[in-house]
Design a binder for this molecule. Structure first.
Ligand code: MG
Length: 291
């Protein structure tokens, strides 16, 4: 099932895409929390809400599938072998270690989330001139739990979506913690919808990212250093994961920072991310001070 939050007649609604992708069935529930309503129903053993109406996809605007995450997003840093190598060869030259024993985990605040097609605001050079993209397969937790083992972890995956973990590199590098450089307003495009776990294999799918039509990132999740079960095990150690929690699994090689010389996003740039089994997430980056 592909679950989308849509805007129709000025209001957010929760919907599922029809198999042919041309229409959406709108559920008879409050759409303001997006897919969270369905995830909570499913994990509480409640029945699926009924369908109120069917609309052509062309008549609605897609919002992020989880437009208001219940809390910070868990995000994993440096989690593809090739990406770890590109950073070792460029920014982390002193660090000869390619793979750490434990994953890097940081968070983005929930207010960063915007939908497919939404504008990402470049903050202007006084704040940051090093804005970068990161295409990421993102896990959405279904049944919650604490101290989940890797062996049981996939039973806790409700589904998958795409996130662009937009980053202000200069701000990220300035602080020991990455949260500030990762949490600017609009810095988490998410979508285009959530695909339930029964419909795809997140542990083996292809992640690609284009900037203005130029392919920059292309990898399979089989190249993850810490795979999805390991990430769930790690994030739930001593912390109760909740239904609807979000874990962005890290970005492949080919980010702007890893290029020689680095290439930062500019006013008017379009970043398109495609993950096999999910779809396409595209956003335009605009400087907020420009008209
Ligand atoms: Mg990232």
């Amino acid at each position: 099932m592909r679950i989308a939050t849509i805007e129709f007649q000025g209001r957010p609604r929760l919907a599922r895409l029809a198999a042919d992708g041309t229409t959406v069935d709108v559920f008879d529930v409050d759409g303001s929390r997006g897919a969270l309503a369905l995830i909570e129903a499913a994990t509480s053993g409640l029945p699926m809400p009924g369908v109120k109406e069917t609309l052509p996809l062309t008549d609605v605007r897609l919002l992020a599938p989880l437009p208001v995450p219940r809390r910070n997003l868990f995000c994993v840093g440096r989690n593809y072998h090739a990406h770890a190598k590109e950073l070792r060869d460029s920014v982390f030259k002193d660090n000869t270690q390619t793979v750490d024993a434990w994953p890097i985990v940081f968070t983005k605040v929930p207010e960063t989330v915007v939908g497919p097609g939404a504008t990402v605001r470049l903050p202007g050079a006084a704040i940051s001139s090093q804005i970068d993209y990161e295409a990421e397969l993102t896990v959405v937790i279904g049944r919650g739990g604490r101290n989940i083992t890797a062996a049981n972890a996939m039973q806790h995956v409700y589904g998958y979506t795409i996130v662009n973990d937009v980053t202000a590199r200069d701000v990220q590098m300035r602080h020991a913690q990455w949260d500030l450089g990762k949490s600017f307003d609009t810095f988490c495009p998410m979508g285009p919808w959530l695909v339930t776990a029964d419909e795809m294999d997140g542990n083996n799918t292809r992640v690609r990212c284009w900037v203005n039509g130029e392919l920059r990132q292309d990898a399979r999740t089989t190249d993850l250093i810490f795979d999805i079960p390991t990430l769930i095990e790690t994030c739930s150690r001593g912390i109760t994961l909740l239904p609807g929690d979000i874990i962005a699994t890290g970005s492949p090689a080919g980010v702007g920072m890893g290029l020689k010389p680095p290439r930062w996003l500019q006013h008017g740039d379009v970043v398109r991310i495609e993950i096999d089994g999910i779809g396409t997430l595209e956003n335009t980056f605009l400087e907020e001070t420009r008209p």
